[in-house]
Design a protein around this ligand. Structure first.
Ligand code: HEM
Ligand SMILES: CC(C)=CCC/C(C)=C/CC/C(C)=C/COP(=O)(O)OP(=O)(O)O
Length: 338
């Protein structure tokens, strides 16, 4: 999910073990052989550098940027329900537990996709295809932080939060990830997994899993992912096809289907936002703000659908990255000021 830097490397450098003799330049996600290093012979320094690089590789496997985005959306959802009653201790526990479970999901996703990731320029520098981390180490790490994170949420936040976390993990790792190679419907399943952390935040703030407000919050993030991901899927359609991923623009190359899906998500989103702000004071004002926050992404979706190309797709991706924080800000403002 992240926009990894692509540094040239040989994809045939696939490895099944962490290579103790290689000193990777972790910041570049690249690596060089110890034999090339001027520090050859300084075993302590070499071992320390190798350990540091392996730790950095495990950290990168968690996809820290998507974890950060998930934490922001989860936290905003909790804030929307709790308002000024929000407990900072609860938030801290929610962030720690959710980061571990979401990080685990990303590690497992890359463990399963390590061969496909080696075929895409966008992902071939990741820790598994580049050989920085062994599949065995990734598997143990992913399972360990997933179990610890789930237990942490159940003990320190609530059992319902932990339950939704597990459902999200299963949806992402066991459904979305294998479906990417089978059907373009994978995006719908991935969007459900991407949106469920909203329900984790809602449940953490004391919300019931049957409260429609929680599901409206889930719907916000679910719908947003269509324009967000259709733009990305168009830009990387060649790489996705090479890696065997059946994204919409791969199976329907005109881009029209991707365009219509982007439009549908972009248009439905403000309707859900308006429904959420209706109960609060100044609802008409916040409804107008919700439409204003959505306008750029709606316009970009129509432009993309009318003429699917790399420029309109990039504009759509950019507008999606503005639209999400703007929408969340409108919701929080309605809750706190309305
Ligand atoms: C079906 C679900 C999703 C898919 C398949 C997806 C995929 C991606 C991909 C491949 C990129 C990299 C684009 C590039 O390299 O140019 C990206 C970027 C991004 N995504 Fe998503 N995403 C999804 C859901 C989400 C969700 C739920 C969030 C927020 C909670 C999110 C936030 C972002 C952000 C902020 C970026 C830009 C920064 C970055 O590259 O890390 N995405 N997404
Ligand atoms: C709390 C918890 C368990 C959260 C996990 C949910 C999660 C990580 C959602 C991310 C959304 C998503 C489908 C991203 C794309 O992955 P991708 O595999 O298509 O991205 P890639 O091609 O960059 O690997």
């Amino acid at each position: 999910m992240s926009g990894d830097l692509v540094v040239l490397d040989r994809p045939e450098r696939l490895s099944t073990v962490v290579r103790p003799t290689r000193v990777p330049i972790a910041s570049e996600g690249n690596s060089i052989d110890a034999a090339d290093s001027p520090h050859r012979g300084r075993h302590g320094a070499t071992a320390a550098a190798s350990l540091k690089a392996s730790i950095r590789g495990l950290y990168d496997l968690t996809k820290p940027r998507i974890v950060m985005m998930i934490l922001i959306t989860t936290g905003m959802s909790a804030m929307f329900l709790a308002g000024t009653d929000l407990s900072m201790w609860m938030m801290m526990h929610l962030m720690i537990g959710t980061a571990a479970v979401a990080g685990s999901a990303s590690v497992m996703n890359q463990f399963i996709e390590r061969e496909a990731d080696a075929k895409m320029m966008r992902t071939m520098k990741r820790p598994l295809p580049s050989g920085l981390v062994s599949p065995g180490a990734a598997l143990i790490f992913g399972i360990t932080i997933g179990l610890l994170g789930t237990a942490y949420l159940a003990i320190n936040v609530s059992q319902s939060t932990a339950f939704v976390g597990v459902a999200t993990w299963v949806g992402y790792v066991m459904l979305y990830t294998p479906l990417k190679q089978k059907t373009a419907w994978n995006t719908t399943v991935g969007a459900i997994a991407g949106a469920l952390p909203m329900m984790m935040g809602f449940a953490a703030a004391g919300g019931s899993l049957t409260d429609p407000r929680g599901w409206l919050l889930v719907a916000v993030l679910f719908l947003w992912q269509y324009p967000h991901f259709m733009a990305i899927a168009w830009m990387y359609r060649g790489q996705y096809a090479d890696a065997g991923f059946k994204m919409t623009p791969v199976v329907e190359p005109t881009g029209k289907s991707a365009g219509w899906q982007a439009i549908a998500g972009a248009l439905a989103l403000p309707a859900v936002l308006i429904t959420l702000v209706l109960p609060y004071n100044y609802a008409p004002l916040f409804a107008v703000l919700a439409v204003a926050a959505s306008f750029g992404m709606i316009r970009s979706s129509f432009r993309f659908c009318g003429s699917p190309n790399d420029v309109t797709a990039r504009q759509l991706l950019m507008s999606s990255l503005v639209q999400l924080p703007a929408s969340l800000a409108v919701l929080i403002a309605a809750r706190l000021l309305g």
